[in-house]
Design a protein around this ligand. Structure first.
Ligand code: PNS
Length: 167
């Protein structure tokens, strides 16, 4: 049997403790896990793709089978080019379900050889999202329970350097 390669795709703007939980658990179930960071200029992310990749590399350095890469275009094309047959997504609450179902069924139509597998987020992170993390950071709240230490530091720096009208 060949190596099981999976992709955990997302925006990771920024990576949260909820993402870290999925990365850790997924990395134990596959031989090689590629965290795919979407280059998405339309969403005007807080962190550039280079920053998001660098942060992910830093906070996943302890996992030898985890690799961080950015991608553009269709996820199934990135998966094929990476030799991956599995896409991993985290499911928090029922509110995630409709979007995730649509995405996985679309990807299945685009490439029936690629399967989406869902991990349910650990209960302590089920409320957490990058959007709320950015909001807490914007208002100077304590971030340590939501994101890894390195990410909290970068968020604080980012908020300090951002102009008032740039929010
Ligand atoms: O962290 P996110 O923003 O929920 O991740 C969404 C992501 C990156 C998985 C999704 O937007 C994506 O796969 N984009 C690539 C474009 C694509 O393949 N679209 C077709 C499937 S819906």
């Amino acid at each position: 049997m060949g190596k099981t390669i999976a992709i955990y795709p997302g925006s990771f703007d920024p990576v949260t403790r909820g993402h870290m939980d999925i990365i850790e658990r997924a990395s134990k179930t596959v031989d090689h896990l590629i965290v795919g960071v979407l280059v998405n200029s339309a969403k005007s992310p807080l962190f550039t793709v280079e920053e998001r990749v660098a942060l992910l590399k830093q906070v996943t350095a302890q996992y030898p089978n985890v690799e961080i890469r950015s991608f553009e275009g269709l996820l199934v094309d990135f998966a094929r080019a990476s030799g991956a047959h599995i896409l991993i997504r985290g499911l928090r609450a029922v509110t995630d379900f409709e979007y995730e179902l649509q995405m996985s069924q679309t990807n299945q139509k685009l490439d029936p050889n690629i399967e989406t597998m869902f991990l349910t987020t650990s209960i302590e992170y089920s409320y957490l999202s990058s959007t709320t993390v950015r909001e807490i950071a914007a208002f100077g709240g304590d971030l340590t329970q939501f994101v890894p230490e390195a990410v909290a530091l970068e968020l604080e720096k980012k908020m300090n350097t951002k102009g008032e009208c740039n929010k």
